[in-house]
Design a protein. Structure first.
Length: 143
C-alpha cells in the first residue's frame, strides 16, 4: 500500500482534497473533498460498529463474482450534471459519502486490476443508508 504524502497531509489540513487522486485516503478518517464528506473504510468489526458511519447516506461497496468483498479501488463520483465531486483511491472495501439529496453516478476500478471499470447511478435515500454495490464479476470467488 502506498503511503500518504506530505502534500496530501497538507491538503487535509488546509481543507483541500484534490491530492487524494494520487494517494490513498486515510482509513476510517472523514475527509472533505471539494465539499463532499467522504470516508474510506473496511469491513472489520470496528468499521461495521462505528457509530459515525450510519450518518452517511451512501455506502459504496466493492465485491467479486461470489459477492465477497474486494478492497483497493479508484473511485470517481459525479453529480447529475457530470461534474466530478470526488476522485480518490481507497484501500478499503467501502467508501461512504455524505451527499445532498439528488442523483449521482459513480465508477470504480480496482487498484490492482485497473483494466475493468464498474459504474452505477443512484439517488440519495430519503432516510437511512443506501448500499451501492459495484460487483467485479470477472474476479472469481476466493481470489
Amino acid at each position: 500500500m502506498r503511503t500518504i504524502t506530505l502534500a496530501v497531509a497538507a491538503a487535509t489540513i488546509l481543507g483541500g482534497g484534490a491530492a487524494y487522486a494520487a494517494s490513498p485516503m486515510p482509513m476510517d478518517n472523514p475527509v472533505s473533498i471539494d465539499g463532499t464528506e467522504t470516508v474510506c473504510t473496511g469491513i472489520g468489526e470496528e468499521a461495521q460498529t462505528d457509530p459515525r458511519w450510519p450518518a452517511y447516506p451512501i455506502r459504496l461497496e466493492f465485491s467479486n463474482g461470489g459477492s465477497q468483498y474486494l478492497s483497493g479501488a479508484h473511485v470517481t463520483l459525479k453529480n447529475a450534471e457530470g461534474k466530478t465531486l470526488a476522485d480518490l483511491d481507497c484501500a478499503g472495501s467501502w467508501v461512504l459519502f455524505k451527499l445532498a439529496p439528488g442523483n449521482y453516478a459513480v465508477s470504480a476500478s480496482l487498484l490492482w486490476q485497473a483494466s475493468e471499470t464498474r459504474s452505477a447511478k443512484f439517488s440519495t435515500p430519503a432516510t437511512g443508508q443506501k448500499r451501492v454495490v459495484l460487483q467485479f464479476t470477472n474476479i472469481a470467488p476466493n481470489q
